[in-house]
Design a binder for this molecule. Sequence first.
Ligand code: NAD
Ligand code: TYD
Length: 338
Amino acid sequence: MKIVVTGGAGFIGSNFVYYELKNSDDEIICYDKLTYAGNLETLKDAENNPKYKFIRGSISNRERVYRLFEEEKPDVIVNFAAESHVDRSIEDPELFLRTNIIGTSVLLDACKKYGIQRFHQVSTDEVYGDLPLDRPDLFFTEKTNLHTSSPYSASKASADLIVQAYQRTYKIPATISRCSNNYGPYHFPEKLIPLMIINALNGKKLPVYGTGENVRDWLYVEDHCSAIDLIIRKGKVGEVYNVGGHNEKTNLEVVKTILKILGKGEDLIEFVTDRKGHDQRYAIDPTKIETELGWTPKTKFADGIKKTVDWYLQNKDWWEKIISGEYQDYYAKMYGNR
Ligand code: NAD
Ligand code: TYD
């Protein structure tokens, strides 16, 4: 099979490229616009693999996407390409609508025009909104209503609805996965876990929003990749699959764990102004993918977080290049007055 991985130069997409090159015989094409979040350094270990190719382009560029389909004739599209950071979506919602909604619809139009064996949309648990902190008995299932909070989650939910509309109306063989928060290698240091690791290593304050009581359900990125791999091969067309591993932690617990692994003091923690509209708790019920497709996550949070901290210690080159560039302006803008 020929699999086009859109957004394959980002965090989860690049891990998926490596996962497929290692575990399948399929040809993998990474199609990526290389925004601030896309990084060819991340894919340098794939460059010489004869099963791998990189093509630069935007999912929102119709002409370029059609040319991709004409030249490469993909069998499968796995759409990771997106603007993915909630805080940035609060600053500039329109970019999120253009990439996440229009980009997805352009890809679907190409599937309709040229044909496809499978279109897989990589979505998020954030489309379900949030759960209250005082109801630990509640979880997101595939039947939970879409109820979004941020421009990011609204754009992802809209894309999901477009995928479902194309599946029903034009019979595009599509599937959707909605995963909880990922962590692991190549995670861009604007997100909680890599930002905290790098700040702690640099002796900088760790900015915790609000009280730090918000809960996220953390999944090691390789477990997300194995779930998507199963869905594109065995998942049923038209279905949504929730992906998560019951690793719920408050932000404060995560930050304290990182400090402990690094042997740093909790005095580095700084409580800062809360995120606008901040979702309280995410928690996935993964029963469907476990029972129907036999998926099980392999990595427990306690092990995954150690592996992740270790990766950032071993790969300073990768993140030092990132934080020496325009990241400085980003950091000053987002955290300067918090
Ligand atoms: P990321 O920001 O690290 O990477 C996004 C990638 O998409 C980058 O390589 C970027 O260059 C590329 N991209 C952006 N706009 C593009 C465009 N117009 N055309 C082509 N490429 C473009 O994001 P991530 O964390 O790897 O997330 C990947 C996907 O997984 C997203 O769709 C996100 O919504 C979803 N997701 C993420 C998480 C998480 O915890 N990170 C959890 C669940 C779902
Ligand atoms: P993030 O990694 O941005 O993922 P998401 O918002 O998509 O879940 O944030 C995870 C949690 O960490 C979220 O509750 C916001 C919080 N957070 C902080 O407290 N400080 C920070 O500097 C960042 C980036 C996030």
